[in-house]
Design a protein around this ligand. Structure first.
Ligand SMILES: CC/C=C\CC(=O)SCCNC(=O)CCNC(=O)[C@H](O)C(C)(C)COP(=O)(O)OP(=O)(O)OC[C@H]1O[C@@H](n2cnc3c(N)ncnc32)[C@H](O)[C@@H]1OP(=O)(O)O
Length: 711
């Protein structure tokens, strides 16, 4: 709703009230319409100020309402009516003015903001465009070039940025009242202004279109944003608004908008974590960490040190190899400085001290071990840590899939051990898997989750199983990609299909980037390859492709060696080019194993890779290793490049139709009975059997099934 009050004198104050962010729900819109009318009718009122309750102007349209029928007064005519009134209306912005909130402010005649306010038009991130006149008013105020950047990226900025664009005036005190009166409003109605465009407007629009298409392949909203701004640049306001409306309608009805809105809420759902034990975010206290240590200063360790220091935590960075330590003590401060500059931090970074002595961690509150991915080495480190650290120190491992419980077992306080699985580069990537074992205490999980949040990560609590959630699902995906090569595909064909779907990189390019030796080592440890293992295509009772092992044996470890599934311009090169060697190698491999290459349709490539991955997601939910589909989807969107406009693998499954996924998995499993990952999971079957409920209902269904022991 919106409340109305008359300040002493002649100013009417309208306050938006819809906690927590004063989103423009039907009730708020109705409140605005009513209170503006009241201000207009009151002869004593000469000007109007619109503000938001609790120090927040407005977080935009109420996203939760998008799923239901449209109720209450629509935004566009409401804002238009405000712009048309003949008493001056000012938006007094504190906290946030985002999306529809900023569009409302753009309909006002004046905008004044607190210096710390955050403004932006993030609709594109929800699969929409600023469809309440924002795409037409903003470029008229700040010019086409700046508006294109803001609207197509959805970036948010503080008020000093916007005041430099003459969008608002900034004040440094809390806003209690603003009064503007006595001036002509003609030039304050943005819809009546021309749109300032650069001389090479067509080239600007073309270049932006190419850029947005490259940035998020297959995403509709950024393209629609550019089209709306083209209209602003070339058409009168009224026709521009018609274009805006048509584009918005198309976006609203697209699956992409639903997927992106789901992604918005899943990011928030995962913060409200719960464990099978009943411990959860609202009943578990977290410790505040001010001093931490990182053990191992390879690529991951260095990134973790920077991520911690950026939050103001003092870090003891330990590396026992002198050469590595010397290199890290040069590189890490530079990384920190660069990242701190990029983020223009409010908190000064924490102090980093480098050491080669594990003893130096004795005073810290939390340790993150990031040594080489080798269980015996990690066990040795944990035994040492438990003897040198103060009782009560939290011991975390950055393992990407090893058993947290085995590490906990060698410590004096297994309850204080959790996994903190970062993604490379650790100071940049948003995802953090917080891995709890059966003995991890709620306090340890809560602390790791909160620390992740402080570092700006999307932290997801996951159970302790090989590969946890992300890498466990990646395994069947990689496996299918290798099988497809055996059957006749090339790495480029597979990658193109996945990139067309929206992944920034296909599976083979991604493997080359990460280093092919990572998986090779894991397969050796699992006894799947290496000296003494017979070179067959069935190992440990299931189909196995030795292709990636043989590529490694040829010394091709990916980008770092300049050769992998592709060739690069020397070691460390980044541009992947197809390699004749790979084609000859694949032909020889097929001939050796009596395989006849067939032409494989893109649909089969996509289905086998994605549905095998999705099927493992269902197994993970069934095993209670993730609390709900949102957890899996957040992991894939923030850590594995899953295109956000497809919501995440589990959401995508719902959009494709669970019945269809089941039917295709059955089909592929029938053709490849020796591939257990293609066998449809029990949970998927159960969901189809009860009529394929929407993804938002799965959590409840799984919990019920578990109670009745159906899973
Ligand atoms: C016709 C088309 C015209 C207009 C279209 C739009 O306006 S679309 C909406 C555009 N606005 C946004 O995209 C802003 C989304 N919100 C945010 O970015 C952040 O929530 C915000 C406002 C910066 C606050 O961040 P903070 O970290 O402080 O809180 P949090 O994100 O956890 O949010 C708190 C709870 O508020 C819910 N929420 C936030 N924004 C909206 C919204 N616009 N509509 C509905 N609900 C919103 C959020 O889900 C949290 O609720 P919870 O129950 O805890 O999940």
């Amino acid at each position: 709703m919106a409340t109305y009050s008359r300040l002493p004198g002649s100013v009417a104050l309208i306050t938006l009230q819809n906690p927590p962010v004063n989103a423009l729900s039907a009730a708020v819109r109705q409140g605005i319409v009513d209170t503006v009318q009241r201000a207009l009718k009151d002869p004593k009122v000469t000007s109007v100020v619109i503000c938001g309750q609790n120090g927040k102007f407005c977080g935009g349209a109420d996203i939760r309402e998008f799923a239901g029928p449209m109720l209450g007064p629509p935004l566009v005519p409401m804002i238009h009516a405000i712009e048309a009134v003949d008493k001056p209306v000012a938006a007094a912005i504190e906290g946030v003015a985002l999306g529809g909130g900023l569009e409302l402010a753009l309909g006002c005649h004046y905008r004044i903001a607190h210096s710390k306010a955050l403004l932006g038009l993030p609709e594109v991130t929800l699969g929409l465009l600023p469809g309440a006149g924002g795409s037409q008013r903003l470029p008229r105020l700040i010019g086409l070039t700046a508006a294109l950047d803001l609207i197509t990226t959805g970036r948010q900025h503080d008020s000093s940025f916007f005041s430099s664009l003459h969008l608002l005036c900034v004040c440094s005190q809390s806003i209690s009242s603003v009064c503007v009166s006595g001036q002509s409003l003609d030039s304050r109605r943005l819809s009546t202004l021309p749109c300032p465009c650069p001389p090479d407007v067509d080239s600007l629009l073309d270049k932006t279109m190419v850029k947005v298409r490259q940035r998020s392949r297959g995403a509709l909203a950024p393209v629609a944003c550019v089209q709306a701004l083209m209209a602003a640049a070339s058409l009168p306001y009224t026709q521009g608004m018609e274009k805006e409306r048509d584009l918005l309608t198309t976006l609203f009805n697209s699956g992409q908008a639903r997927a992106l809105q789901y992604a918005f809420f899943s990011q928030r759902v995962v913060g409200k974590w719960s464990l099978p034990s009943g411990a959860s975010w609202d009943n578990s206290a977290a410790r505040t960490i001010s001093k931490a240590a990182v053990i191992g200063l390879g690529t991951m360790g260095r990134g973790i040190v920077v991520a911690l220091a950026l939050t103001g935590i003092s870090v003891v960075a330990v590396e026992t190899q002198e050469k590595q330590l010397a290199e890290a003590s040069q590189v890490v401060p530079a990384m920190l400085q660069r990242e701190a500059g990029r983020r223009s931090l409010a908190t000064p970074p924490g102090v980093i001290s480098f050491s080669s002595n594990l003893q130096d961690v004795c005073e810290v509150e939390l340790v993150i071990e990031a040594v080489f991915e080798d269980m015996s080495l990690k066990l040795q480190v944990f035994r040492h840590l438990t003897s040198v650290c103060r009782p009560g120190t939290l011991l975390c491992s950055n393992t990407s899939g090893l058993d947290i419980d085995r590490l906990a077992a060698v410590t004096q306080s297994p309850g204080l051990v959790v996994g903190m699985h970062f993604f490379a580069p650790a100071h940049v990537m948003k995802l953090l898997e917080v891995v709890y074992g059966p003995r991890s205490s709620p306090e340890a999980v809560a602390t790791a989750m909160q620390l992740g949040k402080r570092m700006g990560k999307v932290s997801v609590a996951v159970g302790n199983c090989p590969g946890f959630v992300g890498n466990r699902m990646l395994k069947p995906y990689l496996e299918q990609a290798n099988f497809l090569l055996e059957e006749g595909a090339t790495p480029q064909q597979v990658d193109e299909v996945l990139e067309e779907f929206g992944f920034p990189m296909g599976v083979f390019r991604m493997s080359d980037l990460s280093g092919l030796d990572v998986g090779w080592r894991i397969r050796k440890e699992a006894g799947l390859t290496g000296p003494g293992v017979e070179s067959t295509r069935t190992r440990q009772g299931r189909r196995y492709s030795p292709l990636p092992d043989q590529v490694c044996e040829a010394g091709r470890l990916g980008q770092k060696t300049g050769r992998g599934w592709y060739q690069y311009d020397g070691p460390g090169g980044r541009v992947a080019r197809s390699d004749h060697w790979v084609n000859i190698f694949l032909e020889a491999y097929r001939a050796e194993h009596g395989l006849v290459a067939r032409s494989i349709a893109p649909e089969e490539i996509l289905e086998r890779c994605l549905y095998a991955l999705i099927n493992e997601g269902f197994n993970i939910l069934q095993d209670a290793m993730a609390a709900g589909p949102e957890d899996i989807d957040a992991i894939y969107v923030f850590g594995y490049g899953w295109p956000r406009h497809h919501g995440g693998p589990m959401f995508h499954a719902g959009q494709v139709g669970l019945g269809r996924i089941l039917e295709r998995l059955q089909h592929h499993h029938h053709n490849h009975p020796d591939v257990p990952h293609l066998k449809p999971s029990t949970l998927l079957r159960r969901l189809v059997a009860v009529g394929s409920p929407p993804v938002q209902k799965w959590r409840e269904f799984i919990n019920k099934e578990r109670v009745h022991s159906q899973l």
